[in-house]
Structures are given as structure tokens and as C-alpha cells.
Design a protein around this ligand. Structure first.
Ligand code: 13P
Ligand code: SF4
Length: 328
């Protein structure tokens, strides 16, 4: 965790970040779950697939990644010649933590006739042990390209895997990981909210358990949910994903109402991703100033992980959002 020097007080952080961004020839990429002030200053805000593509194609010298560690690692895997910085190196992910590489390797070895289709929310080591990476916006398109008789291991998110398995009637061996944020939504509280807003559709991320997804009118990635909000006819939407995405919705659609789905006690902050929340303006400023914390990946490992990421980029739809999970 970064210790804040007292001399940051009184600094115009936004102006300093803008100055350093120019000086360093840096691009700032941010995920939709970042704090509004970080989304507002980013050069690009997107979902995991869009951010991977941006990282692969940028001609900046430095990529400052406002997201979590596995996302910054993807940027480094795809753009090894760039300096990739992450404001707080402790910004991990519960899905990544659920899938230690040595256990995943043993699981793969126990099922040699299966390919590993793996959610991007995992470590670089697990990517290197996988055949094809997917994101929530590319999973459906990619799964449909895999021959029906090919056996599949899907990890580490059992809810995304289970959702795909049910939707496509396709058996898969599921790794038992979950996202602690999406796992925290309460079906009881969601139904109470729905009763208060009977005309409002529900949009859910596929990392949610079936108790939530089964009530959703739309299931998809963060960018998919944002596109659904833009296309829907009504004026109110219940949003079952990390609530910072509502910032982009309210910016794009100021006259519509977006209501975050509740957690267990109806009023908790348990749906805020604690890892994403570690990134702050202060830490972004310091990381641009000092070019640290920096992502470094050993070359053999990087090349191993790049294979499964390249497979994803090749198989995913070329138009953003086209391969999204869509209406149930
Ligand atoms: P998206 O690819 O939909 O942005 O999801 C990333 C993520 O971590 C969701 O928890
Ligand atoms: Fe990981 Fe969940 Fe946070 Fe996404 S929201 S980064 S899956 S812990």
C-alpha cells in the first residue's frame, strides 16, 4: 500500500496529473468500476476487453492503469515495451485469489481431454496454463466457435461459467471461484426494489449468482449494461453490478434514473469493489511522478499468457459489444 507524503496537501492533483501525462507521454486507462474522478480524467474508460484492445494498440510510452492488477498485467503482456503502472499494487481480485496456479495446473492435468477456457480475471500464470481467455463481453462469441464435442474446463468464475453453460446447454467443468462483490447482491432485497419500481428492467453482470441473473431482463458485461441503458425505452433501470458504472450512465443519460441493486441488508457498501477502490487521485499522481508501482513479467511467462490472450483477441468479435451476452 502506498504511503501518502504530507506534501501532497494543497497540490492541484488534476493539473499535476495532466502535466505528468504530457511529460511522460502516458495514456490513462480506467475501468468503469473506478471512482468518478478517475473515470473523468482517463483518456479511455471501458470494460476488460476494450481496455485490453486499447493497451495493445496505444503508441504512448506509459500506460497508467486505473483498474485491478490482472488488467494492468494484460496491458503489459500485450505491450511489453511500454512502462505499465498501477496506482496501488494491492488492487487484486477475489476471482484471481480463488485460483492458485499450482492447483489449476493439477486440475488441468487431471482432465487432459479438456481445453481451458478461462475468464480474464485470473493471474498471468493461470493465463499461461489456459488455451483461450474470455471476457464477459466476448465469452458467448468465443464459446460458440468451440466444437460441440470439445470438453471444456471453465474457470475461475463459476457464475459466469454456469450462466454460459445454462444458456448454451453446454456442459463444462467449473472452477469454484466467485466475485465477492457480485456474490453480495440479495435476491430478497432485489425483489423488494423491483416491487417499488415494477416497470424498471434489471440489468445484471454475469458474475452475479443465478438468484440475481434469473430476474434480469439483460445480462452482460459492463459495456453491455451501459449500451442496454442507452437503448432502453423506459426511464428507470435497476443495475446489478458494481455501482461506479452508474457514473457513466448518469453522464450519458442525465434524465434517466439508475438504481444500484442492494446487498444483504439493503443498504450496505458491500457492492463496492474493495480492490478497485484502492486507486485514488493521490496514488495515480505518485505513480505517474515516480513511474512506480510498475508491472514486470518474466518473458517466458509473458509469452505463455500472450498465446491465450491472442486466441481471445482473434476469436472475439471485432465490433465492441457485438459479442456480448445479451438479453436472456
Ligand atoms: P467487464 O469485462 O464486464 O468490465 O468486467 C470486469 C470485472 O471485473 C467485473 O467484475
Ligand atoms: Fe474482481 Fe469482483 Fe472486483 Fe471485478 S468486481 S475486480 S471480479 S473482485
Amino acid at each position: 500500500m502506498t504511503v501518502m507524503p504530507a506534501d501532497l496537501k494543497g497540490l492541484d492533483l488534476r493539473a499535476e496529473i495532466d502535466r505528468l501525462r504530457k511529460e511522460r507521454n502516458a495514456v490513462i486507462l480506467a475501468h468503469y468500476y473506478q471512482k468518478p474522478e478517475l473515470q473523468d480524467l482517463a483518456d479511455f474508460v471501458g470494460d476488460s476487453l476494450e481496455l485490453s484492445r486499447k493497451a495493445a494498440e496505444t503508441d504512448a510510452d506509459v500506460i497508467a492503469f486505473c483498474g485491478v492488477k490482472f488488467m494492468a498485467e494484460v496491458a503489459k503482456i500485450l505491450s511489453p515495451e511500454k512502462t505499465v503502472i498501477l496506482p496501488d499494487m494491492a488492487a487484486g481480485c477475489s476471482l484471481e485469489d480463488s485460483c492458485p496456479p499450482e492447483k489449476f495446473k493439477a486440475f488441468r492435468e487431471a482432465h487432459p481431454d479438456h481445453i481451458a477456457l478461462t475468464y480474464i480475471n485470473c493471474s498471468t500464470e493461470v493465463k499461461a496454463l489456459s488455451d483461450i481467455i474470455v471476457t464477459s463481453s466476448s465469452a458467448e462469441t468465443i464459446l460458440q466457435q468451440i466444437p460441440a464435442d470439445q470438453k471444456i474446463i471453465f474457470g475461475p468464475d463459476r457464475h459466469l461459467g454456469g450462466y454460459l453453460s445454462r444458456k448454451f446447454n453446454r456442459e463444462m467443468l467449473l472452477w469454484p471461484g466467485v466475485c465477492i462483490v457480485h456474490e453480495a447482491f440479495s435476491e430478497t432485497e432485489l425483489l423488494k426494489l423491483k416491487a417499488q419500481h415494477p416497470g424498471a428492467p434489471i440489468a445484471a453482470h454475469p458474475e452475479c449468482p443465478p438468484t440475481i441473473v434469473d430476474h434480469a431482463d439483460y445480462v452482460g458485461s459492463t459495456s453491455g449494461i451501459l449500451n442496454y441503458a442507452k437503448a432502453m425505452e423506459g426511464d428507470t433501470l435497476i443495475v446489478a453490478t458494481e455501482p461506479h458504472i452508474i457514473h457513466q450512465m448518469s453522464r450519458a443519460l442525465p434524465d434517466k434514473t439508475f438504481i444500484g441493486a442492494p446487498g444483504a441488508d439493503g443498504n450496505c457498501n458491500c457492492n463496492i469493489c474493495p480492490y478497485m477502490a484502492l486507486n485514488t487521485m493521490e496514488k495515480l499522481y505518485l505513480s505517474l511522478r515516480d513511474l512506480t508501482p510498475r508491472i514486470e513479467i518474466e518473458e517466458t511467462l509473458r509469452l505463455g499468457a500472450k498465446k491465450s490472450l491472442d486466441a481471445m483477441l482473434g476469436m472475439a468479435s471485432t465490433s465492441v459489444g457485438k459479442g456480448d451476452l445479451g438479453a436472456r
